[in-house]
Design a protein around this ligand. Structure first.
Ligand code: DAH
Length: 339
């Protein structure tokens, strides 16, 4: 009997050590220590063992069962450890691997220029004003002293939405909206988009302007000249010269046009400046008293200057862009060059 028990232990140890699943292990458990196991049937035979031998054999049988239970426990732990290690291996992340690169977007050249202009004017004490792209005739023309028969109101220049509603043809209506709302002193710029029925290499039907309006007591033409000078130098560098020429705008008196020396040829004359040596930036002038009067601002007490400049032209010159329409096509290959 001792021999048989020894054999059972040996065979249990070997078989148990060889399995690698919990399911198989459970089957071995019933095989070696279950009700129908060899060990159990040996235990049942204990009654037929002689009285003298019985306690010893009983002890051996009990310790055999304990041993087998120990084998089962140890193997169960081994199997679980192996599974855990396997999952650690499988789910391992290599934290030294290089990450995926994020591609960064960039600002549109017009946005960049707007921001630069805004910063420049904010540093001179200006506020930023905004109004609507869709305007009415009153704010776009009438309030700006532009009579009904003025050529600027021509249907071929202006995009009408319906009756007296249109896409603003300049940022000047922002002047009116600001003066309707605020009393002098006023010192604003208004960057924004405008629309005219124009389309060639140097004109896009949508374009950008920056308007400025300064109203207060004792504001004069020299103040205007000063601010324009500072602006041009900040935008194009200290060496660039600028000039103002007499001109006509219905909403300013006197009125002027602002030119800068051609950025391309430095004033010598080239195809960009049409051999004149100068490039036109925009219009300016002293606010016409008629405009103040219509808005209920005392034109005896207050004076003001205003100007409006085309910004796409500035972008084109600054970044050497061959066709103004490229600013509006949103071709990613073009835009990437500015990021
Ligand atoms: N609004 C004019 C234009 O689009 C430009 C302009 C001229 C604006 C004179 C002004 C100004 O504020 O005073 O051509």
């Amino acid at each position: 009997m001792k021999n048989e028990i020894k054999k059972v232990i040996e065979s249990a140890e070997q078989t148990i050590k060889s399995v690698d699943s919990i399911h198989a292990l459970m089957q071995l458990k019933s095989k070696f220590i279950g009700k129908k196991s060899e060990l159990t049937s040996l235990m049942k035979q204990l009654g037929s063992v002689s009285k003298e031998e019985r306690p010893e054999i009983g002890k051996i049988l009990n310790s055999a069962k304990q041993k087998i239970q120990q084998f089962l426990q140890t193997q169960e732990q081994n199997i679980k450890n192996a599974a855990y290690n396997h999952s650690l291996q499988k789910d391992m992340i290599d934290i030294t691997m290089p990450g995926r690169k994020l591609t960064k977007g960039g600002l549109h050249p017009i946005t960049k220029i707007f921001r630069e202009i805004e910063d420049n004017f904010i540093s001179m004490g200006f506020d930023i004003a905004e109004a609507f792209d869709v305007e009415d005739e009153y704010h776009n023309f009438d309030a700006l002293n532009t009579p009904a028969d003025h050529p600027a109101r021509d249907l071929s220049d202006t995009f009408y939405v319906k009756d007296d509603i249109l896409l603003r043809t300049h940022t000047s209506p922002v002047q009116i909206r600001v003066m309707e709302k605020y009393k002098p002193p006023i010192k604003i710029i208004a960057p924004g988009r405008c629309y005219r029925n124009d389309n060639d290499a140097s004109h896009s039907p949508a374009f950008h302007q920056v308007e400025a309006l300064v109203v207060g007591e004792g504001i004069n033409f020299a103040d205007l000249r000063d601010v324009l000078n500072i602006f041009v130098k900040k935008m194009f560098g200290d060496d660039i010269s600028s000039r103002i020429r007499p001109h006509f705008f219905p909403f300013t008196e006197p009125s002027a046009e602002i030119d800068i020396a051609c950025v391309n040829c430095g004033g010598k004359g080239c195809n960009i400046c049409k051999n004149s040596g100068w490039l036109e930036l925009g219009g300016a002038g002293m606010v016409d008293p008629n405009v103040f009067d219509a808005l209920g601002i005392d034109s005896e007490k207050y004076t003001g200057y205003a100007f409006g400049m085309g910004i796409d032209r500035v972008a084109v010159l600054k970044y050497n862009i061959p066709d103004m329409r490229m600013l509006f096509e949103n071709d990613i290959r073009f835009l990437k060059q500015f990021s």
